[in-house]
Design a protein around this ligand. Structure first.
Ligand code: T3D
Length: 272
């Protein structure tokens, strides 16, 4: 399937979503964010999809909002999300386009691997951090570009960064707005693994294939348990775990997992 600026490929239960506007490092205009939201929703709603990879084409992952959109420079119509020119209500574009997209990724009832192939800046960094497993190419870079142009971090960066990197790093990253490399991102807890550039996609696909053979429903429940856990008390979280464990205990995959263990054979999970 082709959205205008987003490629969607489905193979072996893995949906690979590729931001495809390489000439501007996959900067986000209305067509791209609309395509991304449609692609993410398609993957979420398709029961045959059991893992998702999100990456970028060319040398960038995503350079954030298109700074030329609505300025006439990119030929984009002056509607929807767009950042050029003062006087626009940027919050409206965030609510209408970006928020449903980042929430759809986080709430996706299957694992999402973000394969950060190059620079992830502004909202692009937020999307990079939204993965359940964040893999970065050695040459990838991360930039909280917002304050450089007089904005504040958005699309979840002020939520992700303190939780992933801690308050000291969240403040320095957003306020200094220094571009950091993949190894620093790894050290700060923003990514799971750094890989040689030419191995990133192979590793992302192999990880997705591994996850696609696992009990998908359990992953959905794990994500539900983790999303919002930092807002709950221990007692509340214990109750959430109990409720979700009741659901996990009713899945066919749980029965299969235990049977396979007792029979000393590999499990054949169906994602149900
Ligand atoms: O409603 C809303 O939309 C609000 C939402 C806001 C969320 C945000 O994301 S705000 C932050 C927006 N992003 C930025 O401020 C980043 C701007 N880009 C950069 O700082 C640099 O391009 C990078 C650090 C990302 C990469 O630098 P470098 O040297 O590797 O590449 P480059 O040469 O700067 O960029 C390559 C091309 O992509 C270049 O075009 P050209 O000269 O070859 O024709 C450049 O203009 C274009 N490009 C890069 N980022 C953007 C962009 N074009 C439009 N918008 C961009 N964000």
């Amino acid at each position: 399937m082709e959205f205008t600026l987003v490629r969607y490929e489905l193979s072996e239960h893995i949906a690979t979503i590729t931001l495809n506007r390489p000439e501007v490092l996959n900067a986000i205009n209305e067509a791209l964010i609309t395509g991304l939201l449609e692609a993410v929703r398609r993957a979420a709603g398709d029961d045959t999809v059991r893992a998702v990879v999100l990456t970028g084409s060319g040398r960038g992952f995503c350079a954030g909002a298109d700074l030329a959109a609505n300025s006439g420079a990119s030929g984009t119509a002056a509607r929807g999300p767009g950042i050029a020119g003062g006087g626009r209500d940027l919050g409206a574009g965030l609510r209408s386009h970006y928020h449903p997209t980042i929430l759809a990724i986080r709430e996706m009832p299957k694992p999402v691997i973000t394969a950060v192939n190059g620079v992830a800046a502004g909202a692009g960094m937020s999307f990079a951090l939204s993965g359940d497993v964040v893999l970065a190419a050695q040459s990838a870079t991360f930039l909280q570009a917002f304050s450089r142009i007089g904005l504040i971090p958005d699309v979840g960066s002020t939520w992700f960064l303190p939780r992933m990197a801690g308050d000291v790093r969240a403040r320095a990253l957003t306020i200094l707005a220094d571009r950091i490399g993949a190894e620093d991102a790894l050290r700060y807890g923003l990514v799971w693994k750094v890989l040689p550039d030419d191995q990133l996609l192979a590793e992302a696909s192999a990880t997705a294939a591994r996850l696609a053979a696992m009990p998908t429903r359990a992953y959905a429940l794990i994500k539900q348990a983790l999303n919002g856990s930092s807002e709950r008390s221990l007692a509340e979280q214990l109750e959430v775990e109990a409720q979700l464990q009741s659901a996990a205990g009713r899945t066919e995959d749980f029965v299969e997992g235990v049977s396979a263990f007792l029979q000393k054979r590999p499990p054949a999970f169906k994602g149900r």
